[in-house]
Write a protein that binds this ligand. Structure first.
Ligand code: ADP
Length: 491
């Protein structure tokens, strides 16, 4: 069993349903594992977007009501062709739970769907069932791999009733899926599971805690975040449990899509204004800065670096630090191009800054995929002073785009960005700027370092090339998960 068979259970998968990093991981990792030789199938709800994408999906099993609160459902199968290499998708069809518009977790009023425990209880229950002897399918996985709280209850049934080994991956520990105790009966959990070292968490039923307690192994999306979540400051209440299970906990860095994010072919960088470039054709990158300055209404300055930001505007991302010293940008001197949305206070703050410093600071609120690519290409330095970052994608995109990132040393940022100094330049690894404390002063000093380094064109080019040489393809992550599955099975 060199390549264990895997059921990958997820509540989202790009391009059909995506609210965050999990959607991208589900789109890329199973496909990479399949290419590596695993028989892997993805289980996810048959949301409207999937129903539309796969009108010919075939019914392969009718499932009875699996507990008093779980309605009957059915499983359909489809092949995710273009996007994921013919990967089989197992679509959990239960219209009363999943046939809803928009976001998979919240209603139009912004509140969680009131029956989320039932919706994702069913998804978890079916994930477990497919790994058990009672599965209605002939196909049986060696490992059930679940993701975030929405599927993290599956290991409870596998543990208490028997079945496949399990792996749970934490993409964001801040979301835990805690519900009233009464639901344990309604979801058909065995009484034996109601223990402090089972599914119980401070008197509540916690999906994520159940997974972290009961899965055979735990992974998260970067080695540094695997360390950090054992610390009460980052663990959102689960640090003691994670410390207890540290031998079962692994950090595996996410990859990025090297085709979607390639400055040599990116459709967002089409002529006549933007330009394609590569590590050995860096001069062409300059056209992108000018085009971006024009597109965003900045002065076409060539004597100062342009900082770029593409981000959710939330406390996590540390952009309040940038706002606090925004007035001083002309002193560096530097320009700023920001794309983002989120916290109204930050939105208003950045809009006011742009009004105060026209031509030097440009702000666009909203979500704009094309502009995100153009900022990655046109900025000189990409800013990510995040307070915590499980993995982070933008710093990897910016390294690939020859736009050295300035980051805070946390989570996946610490694992991908190597601070520039004499030693790391000599080793050809220095690829960005790392601040080790999250203060306004530290950010200011780091921005001064960036500005000074940028003025030295030869030095800057070395930093750019060190970043562009990094390989963040999914191949590495897939190899590590593959190794982990074998370990789980005791090979
Ligand atoms: P997080 O998942 O915490 O938001 P990541 O860096 O892991 O942060 O991933 C964010 C992804 O969302 C990146 O692909 C980024 O380019 C994209 N993104 C965030 N905000 C915007 C926006 N306003 N417009 C376009 N893309 C955005």
């Amino acid at each position: 069993m060199n390549h264990p068979s895997i059921l990958f259970a997820t509540s989202e998968m790009a391009p059909w349903v995506k609210t965050g990093g999990l959607g991208d991981v589900a789109a890329a990792l199973p496909a990479a594992l399949r290419r590596a030789g695993h028989d892997i199938r993805v289980l996810l709800p048959f949301y409207p977007a999937l129903r539309q994408a796969f009108p010919k999906a075939k019914v392969i099993a009718e499932l009875p009501a699996l507990a008093s609160a779980l309605p009957p459902s059915r499983l359909l199968i489809a092949k995710a062709t273009k996007e994921a290499d013919g990967l089989p998708l197992l679509l959990l069809d239960c219209p009363s739970l999943f046939e809803r518009p928009g976001n998979p977790y919240v209603a139009a009023d912004g509140n969680d769907w009131p029956d989320n425990a039932i919706r994702f209880g069913l998804l978890s229950r079916v994930a477990a069932l497919l790994g058990q002897a009672a599965s209605p399918l002939d196909w049986r996985p060696d490992v059930v791999h679940v993701n975030d709280w929405q599927t993290a209850l599956a290991p409870a049934w596998l543990r208490y009733e028997g079945g496949a080994a399990s792996v749970v991956t934490v993409h964001n520990i801040a979301f835990q899926g805690c519900f009233d105790e009464s639901l344990r009966h309604a979801l058909g959990l065995p009484d034996a599971a109601w223990r402090f070292d089972g599914v119980e968490y401070h008197g509540l039923l916690s999906f994520l805690k159940a997974g972290l307690q009961l899965a055979t192994r735990i992974t998260t999306v970067s080695p540094s975040y695997a360390q950090e979540i054992q610390d009460p400051a980052f663990g959102y209440g689960l640090a003691p449990l994670l410390r207890h299970r540290r031998d079962a906990l692994h950090g595996i860095l996410n990859g990025i899509d090297p085709v979607l994010w390639n400055p040599a072919t990116d459709p967002a960088l089409a002529a006549p204004h933007y330009a394609h470039y590569a590590a050995n054709r860096l001069a062409a990158k300059r056209a992108n800065k000018l085009a971006l300055q024009q597109e965003m209404g900045l002065e076409p300055a060539t004597d100062r670096p342009l900082f770029g930001v593409v981000s959710r505007l939330t406390e996590q991302k540390g952009l309040d630090l940038l706002l606090a010293l925004g007035d001083a940008l002309p002193e560096l001197p530097a320009q700023l191009a920001l794309l983002g949305s989120g916290d109204p206070g930050l939105q208003d703050g950045f809009l006011a800054l742009a009004e105060k410093l026209p031509g030097q600071v440009a702000v666009k609120l909203g979500f704009d995929e094309t502009l995100a690519h153009r900022i990655e290409a046109g900025a000189d330095c990409f800013l990510m002073p995040s307070r915590f970052e499980p993995c982070g994608l933008n710093q990897m995109y910016s390294l690939r785009y020859g736009t050295p990132p300035l980051v805070q040393a946390t989570g996946g940022l610490a694992d991908t960005v190597v601070d520039v100094n004499d030693a790391t330049l000599a080793e050809k690894t220095g690829n960005g700027f790392v601040m080790t404390d999250g203060s306004i002063d530290a950010l200011w000093q780091a921005m001064q370092r960036v500005t000074a380094a940028w003025q030295d064109k030869r030095l800057w080019q070395r930093i750019q090339q060190n970043g562009m040489r990094c390989d963040f393809s999914w191949r590495h992550a897939a190899a590590e998960y593959s190794q982990l599955y074998r370990e789980v099975l005791g090979q």
